[in-house]
Design a protein around this ligand. Structure first.
Ligand SMILES: [Fe+2]
Ligand SMILES: [Fe+2]
Length: 209
């Protein structure tokens, strides 16, 4: 069983916990996710990890494609794009803008408590891969605060997680208004944008937590 399959079955992208945390994160960012199509997206967006030999790098980032194909087949091209653009690295490397699903996905990581995240990451074998990759990324990276850099270099998983969640939360606050969906036509852009604009303007004055 590959690390990607383990991740979806019982790791950090597992189909029982991750869709719920993404739903909570969406609610905090953009208001209640009443549209059932959003919940299908929360459920399928990471299914592409199934069979992947890595959850990081060029192999891992293509995990968005399966969920995008499912959403496109069910609800049309705009929902497919909504799902495809949920990975920062996938979007950036292809010159695409991230969708709001990407921001909710990142906040879901921030909201997942260490007592839940670390056992899942250990069980699937993802923890080592994530810790090594974030050490490489943080080396000389000006985006991390000095405290975050210290945590990310730590061999203690709790400290490492603390540093990465701190950085990711700052990224979410900066990118919560991401409007990658606005460049596509259809129900995603009209429904989600109008609701989100209302929600963000109301919530932008309040802290997320
Ligand atoms: Fe993903
Ligand atoms: Fe995800």
């Amino acid at each position: 069983m590959t690390v990607g399959t383990r991740s979806v079955l019982f790791g950090v992208h597992n189909i029982f916990v991750h869709p719920i945390t993404v739903g909570i994160a969406w609610w905090k960012l953009y208001g209640p996710p009443f549209d059932p199509r959003l919940w299908i997206a929360f459920l399928v967006h990471d299914l592409g990890y199934l069979g992947k030999s890595s959850v990081e790098g060029p192999i891992g980032e293509t995990h968005v494609e399966l969920g995008a194909r499912i959403m496109q087949a069910l609800f049309g091209a705009s929902w497919g794009e909504f799902c495809r653009r949920h990975s920062r690295y996938y979007a950036r490397s292809r010159g695409l803008r991230i969708s709001r699903l990407c921001v909710a996905d990142k906040l879901a990581f921030v909201l997942t408590p260490a007592w839940l995240y670390l056992p899942m990451a250990r069980a699937s074998g993802e923890l080592t891969e994530y810790m090594e990759r974030s050490k490489e990324r943080q080396a000389g990276n000006e985006y991390f605060t000095p405290a975050e850099s210290v945590h990310l270099e730590s061999n203690d998983p709790r400290e490492w997680l603390n540093g990465l969640q701190s950085y990711t939360f700052r990224w979410v606050l900066k990118n919560r208004g991401a409007d990658g969906d606005s460049i596509i036509s259809g129900i995603v852009s009209s429904d989600i944008r109008s609701r989100d604009e209302r929600s963000i303007s109301e919530r932008s004055r309040q802290p997320l937590q």
